[in-house]
Ligand binder design. Structure first.
Ligand code: LMR
Length: 459
């Protein structure tokens, strides 16, 4: 880090929204290193050029051009017009406080920091994100020497709420949080992203068939895949949370052919955590002693929480819990349907525990996996050692050496009980893939009407 850091608040990512006023929709705190102190800038000219940024039809290249033209000016523009959305007041809001001289920052500390990473999050104004963003910004996920930029993607409906999220993030004074951008255009928000956490998706409404949900959300993930393909880093890791997450991840991957398929994940860590908790409760041990828990398959009611290969205190789970009937007929359906039970009690879908599990899933990829253990993630089946059909996103046991990549763990015992259930989840995912073939650019996919299996939340 340079001795002097200039921090400027700026963000104009609502580029396609012609109705929004520049000073009412954006918030960004960005850090640039510089050896000079603040220069005075012509403010009127800045206001005019910032406005141009909001014109519709403005493409990605224009965006770059515009950014470089106006880079040093936006802070001043914001300082002049420091008015939040819809309010005729000049009362300062933290999110719009624009520029400060950070030359007195603790440079001994910041000098040892790693280069900043950009984390894009869709559904950023939602409940899950509201828990997750603060964990990431605090350093809990990537460690105390990893500065982060958060890129928050919302919708037109949520854009004002997104400003509130950005304000709260600023108010936390997280040292590692160097930048917050908000916007509603995936092609801008995903630009140069190192991670994309795709949380936003529409819930299934009354009378809607599973195929309708696949179609509706699949369309969103196809678009987001295209955006990632165009603007994200080629090494970007994509974690899909919005349901039906396995197939949404597959659609996203198919629309982002220049990204490595192995960098796409659908979240089943929540199911793994749920399984570990129940096994710990049943055996009367602390949950940390439960290890080697695999969730196989789809994040749906066909998922298979694997007690056959799980361990408790280093021993086989089935030796510690000598109650096969409980494992098969209580534990298994309890995990498969836990999301639904939670919705019944809460009146809404899991949010905090989902956020914790996303953080766990990311940490699992950037931290070496403990010797002999593994974690669950739904990943591409190409080349998998378990004979699962290729071209699916299927939850399997994975290990990481901590560099963000993973390998599928081989050699787990698949007995008849597991095989039969894993097959059912595989069939379900093959069916889902057939239903969204058109969103993956594949001709003639079939979408047979099978038994309508459920998301965990649809009980
Ligand atoms: C969960 O497992 O809690 C969620 O996926 C449930 C849902 O359908 O939102």
């Amino acid at each position: 880090m340079a001795a002097s850091i200039r921090v400027v608040s700026l963000n104009f990512f609502f580029g396609t929204n012609t109705t929004a006023a520049p000073n009412t929709t954006t918030a960004r705190r960005t850090t640039t290193t510089t050896t000079t102190t603040r220069a005075s800038r012509p403010r009127a000219a800045v206001a005019a050029s910032s406005k141009a940024f909001f014109q519709s039809g403005f493409d990605h290249h224009q965006h770059h051009q515009h950014q470089s033209n106006t880079k040093k000016k936006r802070g001043d523009q914001q300082r002049v017009k420091n008015t939040p959305a819809g309010l005729e007041t000049n009362a300062p809001l933290g999110v719009f406080v624009l520029e400060y001289d950070a030359s007195n920052e603790d440079t001994e500390k910041t000098r040892s920091w790693k280069p900043i990473i950009k984390i894009a999050v869709s559904g950023a104004a939602g409940m899950i994100s509201n828990h997750l963003l603060f964990k990431i910004a605090s350093g809990e996920v990537f460690g105390p020497d990893q500065p982060v930029a958060l890129r928050l993607l919302g919708s037109e409906r949520s854009q004002v709420a997104l400003e509130g999220v950005a304000m709260e993030l600023e108010d936390c004074l997280f040292p590692l949080l160097r930048e917050v951008d908000i916007g509603i255009d995936a092609r801008k928000v995903f630009e140069d992203a190192d991670w994309a956490l795709l949380i936003g998706a529409k819930p299934r409404g009354p009378g809607m068939e599973r195929g309708d949900l696949l179609e509706m959300n699949g369309g969103i993930f196809a678009e987001q895949g295209k955006a990632l393909n165009e603007v994200a880093k080629k090494t970007c890791k994509v974690m899909v949370v919005g349901n039906p997450c396995n197939t949404n991840a597959l659609i996203c991957m198919a629309n982002a052919p220049t990204l490595d398929k192995r960098n796409f994940h659908a979240l089943t860590r929540l199911d793994e955590n749920r399984a570990k908790c129940q096994l710990a409760l049943k055996s009367g041990v602390f949950y940390e002693t439960v290890s080697n828990v695999t969730i196989w398959g789809n994040h749906s009611t066909t998922q298979v929480p694997d007690f056959v290969n799980a361990k408790i205190g280093g021993e086989r789970c089935t030796d510690v819990i000598e109650d096969q009937d409980w494992l098969e007929n209580d534990f298994t359906p309890a995990i498969q349907t836990r999301g639904g039970l939670l919705i019944k009690k809460w009146g809404r879908s899991s949010a905090a525990s989902t956020a914790v599990s996303i953080a766990d899933a990311m940490k699992a990829l950037v931290t070496p996996t403990e010797e002999g253990d593994w974690f669950s993630s739904a990943v591409i089946t190409d080349g998998n050692p378990y004979g699962i059909e290729e071209g699916l996103v299927f939850s399997m046991p994975c290990r990481s050496n901590g560099d963000g990549s993973y390998e599928i763990v081989e050699g787990l015992k698949i007995n008849d009980w597991l095989r039969e259930r894993i097959k059912k989840s595989e069939e379900e995912l093959k069916n889902e893939r057939g239903c969204v073939a058109h969103l993956m650019g594949v001709e003639g996919g079939s979408c047979p009407v099978l038994e309508d299996t459920l998301l965990p939340g649809e009980m």
